[in-house]
Structure formats: C-alpha cells, structure tokens
Design a protein around this ligand. Structure first.
Ligand SMILES: Cc1cc2nc3c(=O)[nH]c(=O)nc-3n(C[C@H](O)[C@H](O)[C@H](O)COP(=O)(O)OP(=O)(O)OC[C@H]3O[C@@H](n4cnc5c(N)ncnc54)[C@H](O)[C@@H]3O)c2cc1C
Length: 304
C-alpha cells in the first residue's frame, strides 16, 4: 500500500500537542491532540487515515515543508522520527484549534508508536499529517455507493475506524459489524445506527483472526475451502484491495455502481488476505462490493 503517495496533495504536516490521555481499557489508550487547520465542517470522517510522526528520544521533531513527504525522506533516518498510520476516532471542529482523537492499541512487542502512546502525557508534541480544511478528501476507503446494507469487519486496529464509520452512517443503513478484540475489557461504547448490529469478539489469547474469520464467513454462508491456520507466516506485504486499487497489481476495472451489500474488512494482513481469498476467489464476491485492507503485519514493523 502506498498511502503516502496517494494522500500527499491534500494532507499537510502540523505540530500536534497532546491535550488528553485516557486509558480506556486493557489494550486501548485514547489520545486527543490539538490539530490546527485540520478537517472540513460537514464532511464525514469514516475510515480517514492519517500519518503520525513520533519523535526519536533526544531529538527534536523535524521541520517539514508543505511537500512534507520528500522533505521527511531527505532527513537522516535515525533522527527524523518514526511515521505510522492511524485512523481518526473523533474530530472536534468546534474549538480553535480543532481537536483530533486517536485510539491507540497497546500491543505486545510494542513498536515506536505503541511505546509512545504508553507514555504519552499532556504537552508532548508529535507531527500529524491529516487533511487540511477545505481540501478534497483523500485517504477514505469506505465507499458503499448506493448500498444500504453493510458488513464491517476488523480486529482491534480497525476498531477505531469501524466505530467512526458507524457513528457517521445515516439512520437507514442496516448490517453488522464484527470487531475482534484481545479481551472482553476492550469492548468500547459505539453510537451505532439502530439497524447496525455490533458483535464484539474477544479472542482471549487465541491467534488473530481465530474468531473474526469464521464469524464473517459464517454470516455470509461461505464454507472455508482451505484449513490453513490464520497467521502461519507473515504476509508478504500489506494487502490493499479496494474497488479502485490493487496492491497485488490485479487489473482494476472501472468501479461499478454497487447496490448490493458492501463489505469493509481491515486488520492483520494475513487474516485479511485469507478472508479475501475465501470471499472473492472461492465465494465470487465482486470487487466493487468489498474493500480488504491490511492495517499491520504480524512480526513486521511498519514503515509509515
Ligand atoms: C489505514 C490504517 C489505519 C490504522 N488505524 C489504527 C488505529 O486507529 N489504531 C491503532 O492502534 N492502529 C491502527 N493502525 C495499525 C498501526 O498502524 C499498526 O499497528 C502499527 O504497526 C503500530 O506501530 P508500532 O510502532 O506500535 O509497531 P511496529 O513498529 O509497526 O511493529 C512492531 C511489532 O509490533 C507488532 N504489532 C503491530 N501492531 C500490532 C497489534 N495491533 N497487535 C499485535 N502486534 C502488533 C508488529 O507485528 C511488529 O512485530 C492502522 C493502520 C492502517 C494502515
């Protein structure tokens, strides 16, 4: 997935100061930042992705120009900070500057992002690369078209995006959201439309995808053809297969209007790949009906 290239024109880097830290559960910490110039009133956020750049201890945050990605890449790797991708859980445009909230997963073997979230405190700064006020939106994958029935599925890293999508959907939408989480303590309140059922799946020590994969396949009446374990090997790369983009280099036809059920699936990449194989290759779902997104890779540090 080259999200950086696709989001560069409308996203700009801003200094974001922590204004709130709330340990929500065993594995989620909610952090609110100042977000100067970010966001456009009246536009839904859905699964809007953003980039966060965390400082390397002992080094200041870099000064980035508007052509932020090129200027960041030109800096020495060991001091320029560490970039990761996150979702917007909430955006409050009623304050000046705006306030943007991210729900961080505190995962085992924490990388720089999870480690930073563990110690975050008010006043600390990071760089936030997010859509600026009035800019054309980019970095949103949720695109149900004319569908009024949706299936959302993801692990804990996708829970913030699923929650945001649910809270941005209109009241007439129907469907189900499956969210696999580490423990029952990680079940968080979501203000979902009345026609959307939210099913939390605490895996309690089992491997990623152990509960989510059969729940999604069972809901769609799909029989798993293979019996490969969910996360046997790290996936080759983050899978990113949407109606308009293919990380596998597959031919992407002109997106067709979709009036059927729309499926949005995100989380650990090999789990997502497995679901894609079952739903598209074995079950024959049309690619206009489904977005599959690897959000992280078991055993592999992300690069931004
Ligand atoms: C579009 C998009 C939106 C995302 N939104 C969110 C979000 O809102 N909240 C959120 O918490 N994450 C989100 N993620 C996932 C997040 O970017 C990754 O989990 C990232 O790897 C965390 O960086 P790190 O520095 O902590 O770990 P890395 O340095 O990337 O990895 C270090 C080690 O931790 C492992 N690891 C990484 N994440 C997890 C995990 N969740 N569980 C178990 N092991 C893990 C890796 O496999 C590796 O072994 C999103 C990703 C994408 C692509």
């Amino acid at each position: 997935m080259n999200t950086t290239t696709r989001t560069r024109p409308t996203h700009a880097p801003v200094r974001a100061a922590v204004v709130g830290v709330d340990k929500l559960s065993a594995h989620f910490t909610r952090i609110t930042f100042t977000a100067p110039g970010v966001g456009t009133p009246g536009t839904p956020i859905y699964d809007q992705r953003i980039k966060l750049i965390f400082p390397v201890p002992g080094h200041p945050l870099p000064d980035l120009t508007r052509d932020w990605y090129a200027s960041w890449c030109a800096l020495p790797e060991d001091t320029r900070g560490v970039m990761r991708t996150y979702s917007i859980r909430a955006l409050d445009l009623g304050t000046e500057p705006a306030r943007l909230t991210v729900d961080f997963v505190l995962h085992p073997d924490p990388g720089p992002a999870a480690a930073w979230a563990e110690q975050a405190a008010p006043g600390q700064e990071i760089i936030l690369v997010a859509p600026q006020r009035g800019a054309d939106p980019s970095g949103i994958e949720f695109a149900p078209g004319a569908a009024t029935d949706v299936v959302l599925a993801g692990d804990e890293t996708a829970a913030p995006a699923i929650a945001r999508i649910l809270e941005d959907l209109g009241p007439d939408i129907t469907g189900v959201a499956f969210i696999e989480i580490p423990t029952p303590d990680d079940l968080l309140p979501i203000d979902a439309p009345p026609g959307m059922e939210v099913r939390w799946l605490p895996r309690a020590g089992a491997a990623h995808g152990t509960l989510l994969t059969p729940a999604v396949l069972g809901h769609l009446g799909v029989v798993l053809v293979d019996d490969e374990p969910p996360t046997a090997e790290p996936a080759a790369d983050l899978v990113w297969e949407t109606p308009g983009f293919s990380s596998l280099g597959e031919q992407v036809p002109q997106p067709r209007p979709n009036r059927h059920t729309y499926h949005w699936i995100a989380g650990e990449s090999s789990m997502v790949t497995r679901l894609r194989r079952a739903l598209v290759k074995d079950h024959g779902l049309d690619r206009s009906q489904v977005a599959f997104m690897g959000y992280w890779r078991q055993g592999v540090a992300m690069r931004g």
